[in-house]
Write a protein that binds this ligand. Structure first.
Ligand SMILES: NCCCC[C@H](N)C(=O)NCC(=O)O
Length: 463
């Protein structure tokens, strides 16, 4: 039973969330620096577009391996290791002029980024009560979003003032500072030493005092109940240790709640990822006919909307546990409706409709965090890293596929470059999202039913 309300969980979380915010700054560091990057490396727009794509592919491909490693070596080590990879990536980015090495830099950034979010998510249930988790998870997403804000105007300003090399070295230095802070502050769970303590072989007073906050891991007895849907008899940590990758995957995927979490994450965030990562500005400028400045203004709506939703959805999903998947589904249906209205509108969609789209679509990001709540309710702790990696792959795979398909459909219509963009070509191209939504919605409904049946059959209650 947790006995006190100490500050340490919040300090650990705050530091981990700062590492996540820096990861997001690194992730999107090229988003406002496209022209500067083209000039620095002497590359065309197509080569520039491969940078975020490669980064995303590396990110998505590493989710499951990183999740497995988190379960083996702990979230703190992976979080700090990821941060060091991003520091190295940005140092390479700062110092090379060669495009191949710049791609290597983006691979390092993508790999480091892949370690961050799921490590932070893995730390949370060790430090917070179940009831607090939805709010703390949403706050984590919100802080990441703040990182996104920094990576747009402030970073571009900094690089334009300090120059390319100093700008990226500055970013690497910030990364190194938060990594050092993380090594001094973050602990896998109460009672376990910080990274620095473990290296030095010493356990400080704060760590020793924090033991009383711990549950299952410190004493060997279950002081804090695991999620009530946990399959304790089959999946105790001691037995799991020897399981191979495929055995773990099979056992996880046999749990309907894990599959449900996967589809929730698959369905909700891809529309806004696709829009913000690549196709939003080309659509607003080349399709709708807005000026780049007006398009930028419209895009900033997405950040505000997503941050607001992050604040609201945490308490909602904590309060309405049984209905959280329906909340997610409602948001997805809202996104689909807004998009379909834009796609079928005769002529250029009016500004109010575009505003509705740009307010509703980004709700999918915070809504996707509900998948991690669902996951937590159904996954044994010893599998959480793996399961979080698996679920986090879903939305990013969908995003990558949709990004690629939109490009292909534009090319297929002969509208693949800015001078050939047209609203009608974008309409056809953005329609590739529809089968992804249909698949996701159908699978959510199927897995939600299976999960309900599984819970009734196993006499489980959702917590
Ligand atoms: N406030 C938006 C949070 C979106 C979270 C997103 N669905 C996600 O899974 N993010 C993973 C990451 O690495 O950022």
């Amino acid at each position: 039973m947790r006995t006190a309300r100490p500050l340490l969980p919040w300090i650990v979380w705050g530091t981990a969330a700062a590492l996540y915010a820096v990861a997001i700054i690194n992730r999107s560091s090229l988003s406002a620096l496209g022209p500067a990057a083209q000039e620095h490396f002497g590359i065309d727009a197509t080569t520039l577009a491969t940078f975020p794509m490669i980064q995303l592919i590396v990110y998505a491909a590493l989710q499951i391996p990183v999740g497995v490693l988190i379960d083996r070596v702990g979230a703190t080590s992976m979080l700090l290791g990821g941060s060091i990879l991003m520091v190295l990536g940005q140092v390479v980015m700062a110092t090379v002029h060669n495009v191949e090495l710049a791609i290597l830099a983006r691979v390092l950034v993508g790999a480091g980024d892949a370690c961050t979010f799921i490590s932070v998510m893995r730390l949370l249930p060790e430090w917070f009560a179940l009831k607090q988790l939805p709010v703390v998870s949403q706050l984590t997403g919100l802080i990441g979003q703040a990182g996104q804000l920094v990576s747009v105007a402030p970073l571009a300003l900094f690089v334009s003032l300090a120059g390319w090399t100093s700008g990226f070295l500055g970013l690497a230095a910030v990364g190194l500072l938060v990594t050092i802070l993380g090594a001094l502050v973050i602990r896998d769970r109460p009672g376990v030493g910080t990274f620095a303590e473990r290296i030095l072989g010493k356990t400080g007073k704060i760590t020793r005092n924090a033991r009383s906050l711990g549950g299952i891991h410190n004493t060997g007895t279950v002081e804090m109940a695991p999620p009530s849907t946990e399959m304790i008899p089959v999946m105790r940590p001691t037995r799991v240790r020897g399981l191979g990758f495929w055995d773990q995957a099979r056992r996880l995927l046999r749990i309907p709640g894990v599959r449900l979490a996967y589809w929730v994450h698959f369905t909700s965030p891809f529309a806004s990822n696709v829009f913000l990562l690549l196709w939003g500005t080309p659509f607003l400028v080349g399709g709708i006919g807005l000026s780049p400045a007006a398009a930028g203004g419209m895009l900033s709506l997405t950040v505000i909307s997503s941050m607001f939703a992050g604040l609201v959805l945490g308490p909602i999903s904590s309060r309405f546990l049984e209905r959280r998947v329906w909340v997610n589904l409602g948001i997805v249906i809202g996104i689909v409706t807004a998009w379909v209205a834009v796609l079928v509108w005769p002529g250029t969609p009016p500004t109010w409709l575009l505003i509705v789209l740009l307010v509703v679509m980004p709700l999918g990001g915070p809504a996707s965090m509900i998948s991690f709540e669902v996951l937590r309710s159904h996954t044994p702790r010893s599998f959480t890293g793996f399961a979080t990696g698996l679920v986090n792959t879903a939305g990013f795979t969908a995003s990558l596929l949709v990004i690629l398909l939109i490009g292909l459909v534009l090319d297929w219509q002969g509208a693949g470059s800015p001078e050939d963009y047209s609203l009608s070509a974008f309409r056809v191209a953005f329609a590739v999202q529809i089968p992804f939504w249909v698949l996701g919605i159908v699978m959510i409904i199927i897995e939600q039913r299976r999960t309900g049946r599984w819970m009734r059959e196993n006499d489980r209650k959702l917590r």
